[in-house]
Each structure stands twice: as C-alpha cells, then as structure tokens.
Ligand binder design. Structure first.
Ligand code: NAD
Ligand code: UDX
Length: 480
C-alpha cells in the first residue's frame, strides 16, 4: 500500500487528501498538523471548514484509508510521498514585508522532514510558493539528509473554495513539475500514478519545476486580473450609464476571452489572489523587472479602489454621513458557500463604514460572531498596499452586532449592503425588509445579486456595482 502523508490540514490539505483517499482505496493517507484543535475537528462530526460535499467524502474514508493526526514526525517517517500544504502568507515584517511570501512554515516542515526521514521520500510542494522555492527546499533537505534521497515535485493546487470537491473530482488539469533527471522523472511518474486513478492522463500535465511553480502564480494573477479589469469597467459604466453585466456578456461572448470570471463585484477576496500577486510583484522586483511588477501591482490597487469606491457610494448617498446609522451587512465570507473570511472585501467595507461611525448589523450564514470580531480588530499591513480605509478603532467592536438572519439585520436600518452572493439573498422578501427600515431606505449590492428594478419599484434607492445609477446618486462624488 502506498503511504501518503500531508503536512497541513487546512483548506487545501484536508479536501485534497480526502479526495485522494476517496479515489484511491489502495493508498493510505494521513493528514498531519501542529494544530491539535484542527486535527480534533477533522476527527469530529464538525469539520473545521465548510465545503459542500466534503463531509460525505471524509465520512466515507475516515479511519479506513484516511487519517488525521498530530503525530507529525511518525507519519512523515512512515510515508513515501509527503505533500506539504502549509500556509504561505504574505510576510508582515522584515525583508520583502507586505509582498514576499513568508516561507517560515514551509522551512520548518522541510527541516522536520530532513530530521525524521530514514527512507527515500518524494516531497511535494502543494502550497503556493515563489518560483525557485524547490531549489531552496532541496538545499535544506540535502544539507540535513542522513543519507536519504529526496525528490522535490511541484504540484500546485487549483481548487477554489466553495467548489473544492467538484474541482478536485474534475480538475481542468493537474500540474506536476519535477527535475529532468531519471530520479526526478521516476518521482513524477509515481505522483502521476496516484492522480491517474481518476483523472484522464491527458489532463495531467508534467513540466519542469520552475514552470510548474510559476504557472500557479500566473494562473491566479490572470484570474484576479480579469476581476480587476471588469471592476475597472464597472466604474466607467457607472459614469456613463452603461451596464457592466451587459458589457461583460458582450465581451465574454468572444471565445478568445470567454465568459467566466467576469462578474463585477465589490472586489475580490480570499487568501490567495492578493497574496499571490504581491508575491509575484516581489519576485519581479527581485529579478530587476519593475515594469512587470508595476503591471501586476495595479491589479491589487484596482481591487482596493473598488472597495473604497463602494464605501464612498454608501456614505455619499446617505447625506455624506453614516454616523450613528444602522447599516445591515448581508454576507461576510469572501464568497458564497464558504465560511472563510480571509481578505474578504467585507472587512475593508465594514472598517470604512465604522470609520464613519456607522452601527453595523452583520449576517452571514457561515461566519461566526467571534470570527467577525477578530477580523474587524486585526491590524492589516499597509506598506504599499493601503487597503485600510481607516485605522482599526478599538471601540469599533461596540458598533458591530451579529444578526441571526437578514431580516433581523435589516430591521430599523437606514441601508443594506450585500457583501457575499449567498443564494438565499436572491429570494429574500424585500418588501418586508423595506417595510422594517428607516426611510429613505438605501440598498447597496456589492455582488449584483438582486433585481435592481424590482427593488426600486418597492421604493429602495439602489446602488448595484457597475449598473446605471439611481438618479439619487448621479451627481454625488463617486471616486475613492
Ligand atoms: P491553511 O492556513 O488553511 O492551512 C495550513 C495548515 O498548515 C494550518 O492548519 C497550519 O496549522 C498547518 N501548518 C503550518 N505549519 C505546519 C508545520 N510545520 N507542521 C504541520 N502543520 C503545519 O492554508 P490553506 O488555505 O490550506 O493554504 C495552504 C497553501 O495552499 C497556501 O500556500 C495557499 O496559498 C495554497 N492554496 C490555497 C488555496 C485555497 O483555496 N485556500 C487554493 C490553492 C492553493
Ligand atoms: C482562487 C482560484 O480561483 C483558485 O484556482 C486557486 O486555487 C485559489 O484562489 P478562491 O479564492 O477560493 O480560488 O475563489 P475564487 O472563486 O477564485 O474567488 C476569489 C474572489 O474573487 C472571491 O472574492 C470572488 O467573489 C471574487 N470574484 C470571482 C469576483 O469578484 N468576480 C468573479 O467573476 C469571480
């Protein structure tokens, strides 16, 4: 039986390994983590992450060929293939702070592997890492090796949260990068054999290590760039009376461009896009390519502009102040079908509104009150990335409450902001919401999920990103 160990039981390690165990009953998979609470949750009825379809897959394999453990050393020693799926956040201090990837967790995982390995290992980069990381990892492993041979592979993950299980079951492609030596190619073949159990071979792409590492950063940069492109257009749509949904439809009909990932929004969030682009910017700078760095930096800057623009729309239209006004925030997660709030645009929008002394009532079906409290109290870095619309205000916590549903959040509110495109927001009784609000009742849709005309008919003053402006907002300042 092939034995696989995965270091890091997070949003990637957990679902990815569950899918391997599910599709490969003859492979034993152990997911290890230094966080005992995370491992306990993986072994319980309440998994640590919400992901549609994940529960069923985990339950069908857990304690058969899928295990979760804190015994990191023993399982590393025991396995032939070791995935490393630890977090690689943006550095917040020191050299490259605010841009470079922090590889502390990766390095400590590599040192641990070198320390305990007594047999040859294939070490797989699952985390998203800067191009050339495999070279650094190779050095750590070989300089600390006790006569053991290590092969490093790059196997970046392309799943998106909320659709992770479908993405893993039917990926567009699987990427495996390895050294172009006989041993390197043998390792590539061994990993390919695992994926080939359920993925057609022509979708498993093999290439050199550096191409595989860079392809992941490039893919995320291209995806985020599409969103910033359509969001930049949304500002122009608002200024001219064009409708961004119609523009996106027309543009996306060109098969060279394609229709997906062109939804204008309050901005992209999530743990990957911003981090990976900033990392790309840093790599470009380090390689003496300031023009290339600036090109990609702009994708993040437009994203910040979009969030700030949204806050300005809210405040400017409500008589230039939201001080003391209750504002309902519907959705806090960075997208629907996840409880993840990392880099959610809701944080910046809420902080912007709190900066103007609003009283926020937040409802999200998956995000806890504690999480919201932590997110709104955490200082973000602001080196060359001034996402922060206001400095974190320690008294702001008192101005935030968590509601148990959308109606409670909106009761007595002056305005409602949609921050996440949860399906349930499409079918709310908006007449009931309107009746319970202060008048004039304002509605700001950051995800273009509601029917603007229907809400205007009810009586709302409506702003929806990139849509023709309500006459109320036409002459108000719009720029961030
Ligand atoms: P995460 O923070 O959810 O999980 C990482 C886990 O690694 C944590 O539970 C942490 O405790 C554990 N860990 C850290 N150091 C460890 C060590 N030395 N030994 C054992 N455990 C350790 O992160 P994530 O969202 O799963 O992302 C992991 C990587 O995958 C990142 O590089 C990310 O960029 C990449 N990625 C993420 C996504 C996504 O949608 N979240 C998609 C593709 C790629
Ligand atoms: C992303 C990549 O899609 C995935 O391939 C990679 O492995 C990890 O990063 P994720 O961040 O989980 O996945 O979700 P994604 O669907 O890409 O959405 C990211 C953000 O962009 C969300 O805030 C989403 O709401 C926003 N978005 C997405 C838009 O604003 N408009 C769109 O058209 C698409």
């Amino acid at each position: 039986m092939v034995k696989i160990c995965c270091i890091g039981a997070g949003y990637v390690g957990g679902p990815t390994m569950a899918m391997i165990a599910y599709k490969c009953p003859d492979v034993q998979v152990v997911v290890v983590d230094i966080s005992a609470s995370r491992i306990n949750a993986w072994n319980s009825d309440h998994l640590p992450i919400f992901e549609p379809g994940l529960d069923d897959v985990v339950k069908s394999c857990r304690n058969k060929n899928l295990f979760f453990s804190t015994d990191v050393e023993a399982h590393i020693a025991d396995s032939e293939i070791i995935f490393v799926s630890v977090n690689t956040p943006t550095k917040t201090r020191g050299l490259g702070a605010g841009k470079a990837a922090d590889l502390t967790y990766w390095e400590s995982a590599a040192r641990m592997i070198a320390d305990v390995a007594k047999t040859d290992k294939i070490v797989v980069e699952k985390s998203t890492v800067p191009v050339k990381t495999a070279e650094a990892i190779e050095k750590i492993l070989t300089h600390n090796s006790k006569g053991v041979n290590f092969q490093i592979l790059s196997n970046p993950e392309f799943l998106a949260e909320g659709t992770a299980m479908d993405d893993l079951a039917k990926p567009d492609r699987v990427l495996i990068g390895g050294r172009e030596t006989p041993q390197g190619q043998k390792a590539v073949a061994a990993l390919k054999a695992v994926y080939a159990k359920w993925i057609p071979e022509n979708q498993i792409i093999t290439m050199n290590l550096w191409s595989a590492e860079l392809s992941k950063l490039a893919a995320n940069a291209f995806l985020a760039q599409r969103i910033s492109s359509i969001n930049a257009m949304s500002a122009l749509c608002e200024a001219t009376g064009a409708d961004v949904t119609e523009v996106a439809y027309a543009v996306g009909k060109d098969t060279r461009i394609g229709s997906r990932f062109l939804n204008a929004s309050v901005g992209f969030g999530g743990s990957c896009f911003q981090k990976d682009i900033l990392n790309l910017v840093y790599i470009c700078e380090c390689n003496g390519l300031p023009e290339v760095a600036n090109y990609w930096r702009q994708v993040v800057q437009i994203n910040d502009y979009q969030k700030a623009r949204f806050v300005n729309r809210v405040v400017a239209s409500m008589f230039n102040t939201v001080s003391g006004k209750k504002i309902a925030v519907l959705g806090f997660a960075f997208k629907k079908d996840t409880g993840d709030t990392r880099e959610t645009p809701a944080i910046d929008v809420c902080l912007g509104l709190l900066g103007d002394k609003a009283q926020l009532s937040i409802y999200d079906p998956q995000v806890t009150e504690d999480q919201i409290g932590r997110d709104l109290a955490t200082n973000k870095f602001d080196w060359d990335h001034p996402a922060h619309l206001v400095p974190t205000d320690p008294t702001a916590k008192k101005s935030v409450t968590k509601a148990s549903n959308a109606y409670e959040a909106a009761k007595g509110a002056h305005g409602v902001c949609i921050m996440t495109e949860w399906d349930e927001f499409k079918t709310l009784d908006y007449q009931k919401i309107y009746d319970g609000m202060e008048k004039p009742a304002f509605f700001y849709d950051g995800r273009n999920v509601i029917n603007v005309e229907a809400l205007r008919k009810i009586g709302f003053i409506v702003y929806s990103v990139g849509k023709p402006l309500d006459p109320w907002m036409k002459d108000l300042p719009a720029a961030a």
